[in-house]
Structure formats: C-alpha cells, structure tokens
Design a protein around this ligand. Structure first.
Ligand code: SAH
Ligand code: SF4
Length: 424
C-alpha cells in the first residue's frame, strides 16, 4: 500500500514517474483536493443518483473550501441523517503537523507529513500589506540546484492535489481565517429525500480576516514537474465558491522547465516567476543544472511567449546573490540587456543567499547586492532586495526538514503525538 519514494534517477532532467495515490487503510476517500466535478463523481460512485450527487457536491464543496469545516456534522444545511452516511465514506483531511515554528518577525514555518510518512514544508510570511503562503509541490526535488538545500534531498515524490490544497487549508485553520458563524450554502435541501437539515441561526456570519492573501509555489519541489497536480490544486484554490484566491495573487516559480511554461500560462494562468540566477551559460549550467537541457535563450523566449504577461502582470526573475559567482557589475548589465532584448515585462527579485551547512557558496556582501540592484534599477527595471525572513527558524527552502532529520525518529513521533493532542 505504501508509496515507495522515488530515488533521484539522474542529474539534469530526470522526469518524475507519476504515481498512484496511496489509498487510505479504512477505504474512505479524502475529499480535500477534489474539484466539484470530482466530488459529484465520488458521490455517484457511493450510490447517490445524479441529481442528489450534484446538489450534495455543491453543498459539500462550499463547506469544505469556503467554510473550512473538518467535520460533516458541521454541515448544517445537509440533512442530519445524511451526515453519518458521508462520514462513513469520506474524510476531510489535513497534512499532519510534525513541527510548527514562529519566528520573532512573525514568519511561520511548518514541517508537514503525508499519510505515507514523507515530510515537506510550508512557510507563511506576513508583512504590512499582505500575507504570503509558500507552498510545496513535491517532497524534495530532482533538480539539484547547487545553492538549494531541497535539491540535496534524496527522496522525491509528487504531492497530490489534496496535499497541495491541504497546505492552504491548514494555514487557514492555524491563522483562524475561516468565516465564522452560520451561513447556509447556496442551495438547500428542496425536493430531496433528506429534508431535516438544520435551519438554525443565519445572522451571525462574519467573513474571514484575510491574513492569507497570496500564495507562491516556492516551497519544496519543481511545480512544473508535477504539472497536473499543481494545476488541479490551484484550480480548486482559485474557485470562486471556495477559497476564491485570485490568480493575480498566486505565483508559480519554476527553475525553467521550458516545455511546460506555455501550458502553465494557458491552463493555470497565475503569475510566473523564473529562477534565473545567472546570465551566462557557464554559471547557470553550474548552479541551475536544468540549464544544460533548456538554455537561457530558450527560457527567455518562453517567458516572452508566456500567456498573460504584460506590464501590469510582470514576470518575476529570481536572482540569488552568490558571492563571486553571479554578482559582478557585468552580470547585472547582462541581466538588463537580456531582459530588454526579449522585450520582457519583468521585475527582478534579488534574494540574498540563505546559507546552509555544507553549502558550496556564500552570500554576496550587502554592498555588492546594493550595487547590483542599483544597476538593474537604473535601467528602469524594478529590483527589490528580498529581506531574509525567519532566519531564526531557518525558514528557507528545505532547511526545517533537514533540521528535523537530525532528530531521532522517536523524538519526531513524540512531537507528532503532541501536535495531534494539541489539535484535539
Ligand atoms: N523549484 C522552483 C520553486 C521552489 S524554489 C524554483 O526553483 O523556482 C523557490 C526559490 O527559492 C527559487 O528561486 C530558488 O532558487 C530559491 N532558493 C532555493 N534555495 C535558496 C537559498 N539557499 N537561498 C536563497 N534562495 C534559495
Ligand atoms: Fe528544485 Fe527549485 Fe531547489 Fe532547484 S531551486 S533544487 S528547482 S526546489
């Protein structure tokens, strides 16, 4: 029953093998991550007729994703007799929390665990105007970028849509972000067998607080190597009857999986971020090895062709500042030249390298970063330097997981039990 984790099969462009979702031991189906259509299908499989399945799916979808309930008993517009029927067949899942940390700057980081015992991470970064959730798409990553800790992890598997949407659901749980009070879902029980739904209070509804305003697919993994699951998950996250996050508030970051970029624009339509990190073939080949397969010119052409990019919706180029590697004045000038050559509506995020034990690079000096930013900015391209967040909790990609791996298995199991107890 257990999914065998996939070892890293190659170095430059290993393609992850699609894998089956491990069925739950109790045979119940987790509804989280399913679209309305898929919920209709599983309800029909469970024996509801087409009309009932459609209505129930609409109601359940609303309770799951708009209200965030985790118990069928809370679905007050669904008949009391129907709720146990649902609970026998379905669950409303969340990833397990292995570890949760809060930084002195408000950044939160979670180490999460899949049902088949793989650990992955999620980070929440609040600032004055927004709250950004950094979501993982895979356990580990096959791409081996040399400055990235996630790339050093040996075990990789794609996260399912449920595990991806589950991160957003869990963050909303923890942030207390679900609407409170009672509000009936759009349809009630007219004309169906179950007519004894609660019709209690409807006046104490308050909308959620909107702490979580943005999502970036910048946690562990390469989202375009898990395209179908990431697309399906983000479609659920964007659905107006559910979590309803606008595509303008979601950013997908890729290291440059060129053949999937057009599809990402067409089928998902979110903002694009590209981990460029270098402007010469030699350096990018070294630090972002997928460059040996899809080079800088191809990548920038795919950016120029990205559907939906415009001055109002610019492509973000991520550029990690590595001392004496990619941080010279000439690199900054070349970056500007390339962006102009391809006519890209672009902004550049300069990311101070977040060091990890044994990393082969150092972060550029603050002066160097400032000078680099100045050159790009003076050429008319926005070039903010990202302030490192959550340093006291190692809140960079892949770092919490490794810290946790230094703990013994027994210690982790104890932590998990404590967390589960705390969550009730
Ligand atoms: N795989 C995707 C998305 C996840 S990585 C990608 O590579 O774009 C999210 C971002 O964090 C990428 O830009 C990545 O290059 C950057 N990153 C990874 N490790 C880092 C580190 N140690 N310091 C600074 N940025 C890092
Ligand atoms: Fe994977 Fe992105 Fe890290 Fe590269 S930077 S190893 S693509 S997670």
């Amino acid at each position: 029953m257990q999914i065998t984790p996939m070892p890293i099969p190659g170095h430059i462009d290993p393609v992850p093998v699609p894998r089956e979702v491990t069925p739950r031991a109790d045979g119940r189906v987790d509804l989280i991550g399913l679209s309305r259509k898929q919920i209709i299908a599983v309800f029909e499989d469970a024996g509801l007729d087409a009309k009932a399945a459609k209505l129930r799916a609409k109601q359940v979808f609303h309770w799951l994703y708009h209200r965030g309930v985790t118990d069928f008993e809370a679905m007050t517009d669904i008949a009391k007799t129907m709720r146990p029927w649902l609970a026998e067949r379905f669950v409303i899942g969340r990833p397990d929390v292995v570890e949760a940390q809060v930084s002195s700057d408000g950044t939160r980081k979670w180490l999460l665990r899949t049902a088949d015992n793989h650990d992955f991470e999620m980070v929440f970064i609040p600032d004055a105007t927004r709250g950004t959730l950094c979501v993982s798409s895979q356990v580990g990553c096959t791409l081996n970028c040399r400055f990235c800790h996630t790339g050093t992890m040996r075990l990789v598997r794609n996260l399912t849509p449920g595990e991806i949407v589950g991160q957003v659901m869990l963050a909303r749980d923890v942030l207390g972000e679900w609407p409170r009070g009672s509000m009936a879902s759009p349809d009630t029980d007219q004309g169906l067998d179950f007519d004894d739904a609660d019709d209690d209070e409807t006046s104490d509804y308050t909308p959620d607080g909107r702490l979580l305003t943005n999502i970036v697919m910048m946690g562990m993994g390469e989202p375009l190597y898990n395209f179908d699951h990431v697309r399906d998950a983000l479609k659920v996250v964007m659905d107006g009857d559910g979590l309803a996050l606008s595509k303008r508030r979601i950013t997908l970051s890729t290291s440059g999986v060129v053949p999937m970029m057009a599809r990402a624009g067409e089928e998902i339509g979110v903002n694009l971020a590209v981990s460029l990190h270098a402007v010469t073939k030699d350096v990018r080949d070294e630090i972002v090895p997928i460059n040996r397969k899809y080079g800088i010119e191809e990548l920038l052409q795919a950016c120029a062709d990205y559907p939906g990019a415009s001055n109002a919706r610019r492509i973000t180029f991520e550029y990690v500042m590595l001392k004496d590697k990619n941080d010279r004045d000439s690199d900054a000038h070349e970056l500007v030249r390339l962006i102009k050559q391809y006519g890209l509506p672009a902004k550049v995020n300069l990311i101070p390298f977040n060091p990890w034990p044994g990393a082969p690079y150092e972060c550029s000096t603050p002066d160097r970063i400032r000078k680099f930013a100045e050159i790009v900015f003076n050429a008319g391209i926005s070039a903010p330097v990202r302030t490192p967040r959550g340093r006291d909790i190692d809140a960079a990609c892949g770092q919490l997981k490794t810290a946790a791996e230094r703990k013994s298995r027994a210690e982790l199991d104890r932590l998990l039990e404590e967390k589960q107890a705390a969550l009730g």
